[in-house]
Design a protein around this ligand. Structure first.
Ligand SMILES: *Cc1c(COP(=O)(O)O)cnc(C)c1O
Length: 376
């Protein structure tokens, strides 16, 4: 079976983990700090703005507390969002107000958001779908004009930029994921960005029980080091040196991973653009850089489900991300979402990962063509 997503790990990661074993320090330590600094550097921001955590979903949940969102507040969210984004809003007692997206890119636009703003709106929680940046100038202006917090779910956009600014550094807070299905992987891990370094300071306490001072050796020796004070009833959601070791090596490989994914995109485009019953992803604008996380095609007739089954029978696993949240009953969404509905019923995400070989891509294209010739 050709996987839809797949990690690329090697000897470098293993060697780095062996060093962690030798150091005898598995917890959050020097390597985690080094990864935070390296990731900040990769984003082009000062390390005072970033903080690691155990996963991106924790970042989504914590964003509600850290951005001062309270029960009854409204948070606007594109209906094509990760389940954790919807859950985060509901779990804090706030109201997820879903909006539609662009039918082709599946990114939210300022016009979609604007229609949903009410006096209760406190924040926008957006997603850069598949690593293609949203039109941020319009969205940032809208957020400023209405005094809304802007949160970027950057789980898909670890290498993406918009007008030379890294996705995830344009709003008030952002989160990245390094889970097993992402481009840069370490088993589980996440990074957070805060525009305000003071929010980062609050976050570092919130993600470690709300503790006011460090425990153990680093605590002052003139007092009893087992005593503590807390400033809030925080979580325990930290990265550790085992996963940071992997992540550090993966970060070095990231530009190469994305280069290969870009080439895979180009190959798919060259094969599939000839098939008139489907559309390939739109070309990027010159000011957008993608991470090429998904390769979503849209089929013109209602044959998406059959195409997915046909490909699976032929050893090719595909999927659709992200099932629209307005179709999940528990969220009790209201309104019309014609573009998201179209996208959810016509889009198929084809396999894309660094290890995919050219002959696998041509095989996938061949099978799609065969489906077109035999099933339409
Ligand atoms: C994977 C993903 C997440 C969650 O990341 P975890 O690290 O697994 O918690 C959040 N948002 C999006 C868009 C994702 O794809």
């Amino acid at each position: 079976m050709i996987n839809v997503y797949q990690p690329s790990l090697g000897q470098e990661e293993l060697n780095r983990i062996a060093d962690v074993f030798k150091s005898n320090w598995l917890g959050k330590g020097k390597l985690t700090e080094e990864f935070e600094k390296s990731f900040a550097c990769h984003l082009g921001v000062n390390a005072a703005h970033v903080l690691s955590t155990n996963c991106c979903s924790e970042g989504l949940f914590s964003s509600m507390h850290l951005m001062d969102i309270h029960p009854g507040d409204e948070v606007i969210i594109p209906t094509i969002s990760f389940i954790g984004a919807g859950n985060a809003i509901c779990a804090c007692g706030a109201i997820p107000v879903m909006c539609d997206v662009d039918r082709r890119t599946q990114n939210v636009r300022a016009v979609d958001i604007e229609q949903k703003i009410t006096p209760k709106t406190k924040a926008i929680l957006l997603l850069h779908y598949g690593g293609v940046p949203c039109e941020m100038d319009d969205i940032i202006e809208l957020a400023h004009h209405h005094n809304l917090k802007l949160i970027e779910d950057s789980a898909c956009s670890v290498f993406s930029t918009y007008k030379d600014r890294a996705c995830g550094t344009m709003g008030d807070m952002a989160m990245w994921s390094f889970d097993a299905m992402k481009i840069l992987v370490c088993g589980d891990g996440g990074m957070l960005y805060f525009k305000d370094p003071e929010a980062r300071t609050r976050a570092s306490k919130w993600l470690y029980f709300g503790l006011e001072s460090k425990s153990g050796y680093s605590n002052s020796v003139d007092k009893k080091w087992w005593e503590f004070e807390i400033s809030c009833f925080g979580h325990r959601a930290i990265m550790n040196d085992v996963t940071a070791a992997m992540a550090l090596e993966q970060l070095k490989k990231l530009p190469g991973f994305v280069e290969r994914r870009k080439e895979i995109h180009r190959l798919y485009d060259s094969y599939l653009n000839e098939m008139d019953w489907l559309v390939t992803p739109l070309p990027l604008k010159e000011y957008q850089r993608s991470s090429y996380y998904f390769y979503p095609i849209q089929v013109k007739m209602n044959v998406r489900d059959n195409l997915a089954k046909f490909l699976r029978e032929n050893g090719i696993y595909t999927t659709y991300r992200y099932f629209p949240l307005h179709r999940v009953k528990a969220y009790e969404a209201t309104g019309e979402f014609p573009n998201a509905d179209f996208a959810a019923d016509h889009t198929l995400c084809l396999p894309i990962h660094q290890a995919l070989k050219d002959n696998e891509i041509s095989y996938i294209a061949e099978m799609i063509d065969k489906f077109g010739k035999t099933h339409l």
